[in-house]
Design a protein around this ligand. Sequence first.
Ligand SMILES: Nc1ncnc2c1ncn2[C@@H]1O[C@H](COP(=O)(O)OP(=O)(O)OP(=O)(O)O)[C@@H](O)[C@H]1O
Ligand SMILES: [Mg+2]
Length: 230
Amino acid sequence: MNEAPIQIVARDVHKTYELERVRIPVLRGVSLEVRRGERLAITGASGAGKSTLLHALGGLDRPNEGSVRFEDIDVYAMSAAARTEFRAQRVGFVFQAYHLLPELDVLDNVMLPALSRPGALGRVAALRERAKALLDRVGLSHRLHHRPVEVSGGEQQRAALARALMNEPAALLADEPTGNLDSATGRQVLDYLFALTAERAHTLVLVTHNEEVAALCDRRLYLRDGVLQS
Ligand SMILES: Nc1ncnc2c1ncn2[C@@H]1O[C@H](COP(=O)(O)OP(=O)(O)OP(=O)(O)O)[C@@H](O)[C@H]1O
Ligand SMILES: [Mg+2]
């Protein structure tokens, strides 16, 4: 693991929210290096800034100061449009609340990130096969044409995991992926998450408040007072 190249580098990242002229400093100089294929857990109290940090790492939310490099890309030096393309191509996100589109069935939800990529229309059949294979891998072959409301929370999160992997991202960023699930169902989702990321050597940055879940990762960092501690 230690020989793997550094993939994600955050340097002195600061993020302050401003609400009705009240400034809320959340990240106060976060620096971090993540190696390719590493599984890193980030823990911390509610409100510590874990989601804020994950969003900054994945190109979803610009820090006020500092930089984020992802492989050879300076994430916040590019245009918003280029960053959207970067995210679609390089980063998979899994959120606590699944965020599947309610009007699409499970298969179409998983295919969606690939369908919006250039040249996708000529490859729909191949993309459908890939989405089906991913859904099979997370045990959802029998739920392809169910809509999100017609499957359980654990099944929705497994579909969201398949969706996050659809474009073969370099890194998977997961924000409390089991936060809405009971512990047995959550454990099952985590088993899939770890198995799939290991199989494909995806980097995993996993935000969790659960110490047992954090212990499953290669490394764990603690976010407190706006900085990361080991
Ligand atoms: N868009 C926003 N505008 C203003 N304040 C925000 C915004 N997003 C987050 N905050 C504030 O920033 C702080 C950190 O929020 P964040 O969501 O990153 O915490 P967290 O560690 O993910 O918490 P949790 O464990 O509850 O998910 C909180 O105090 C929150 O209220
Ligand atoms: Mg959060």
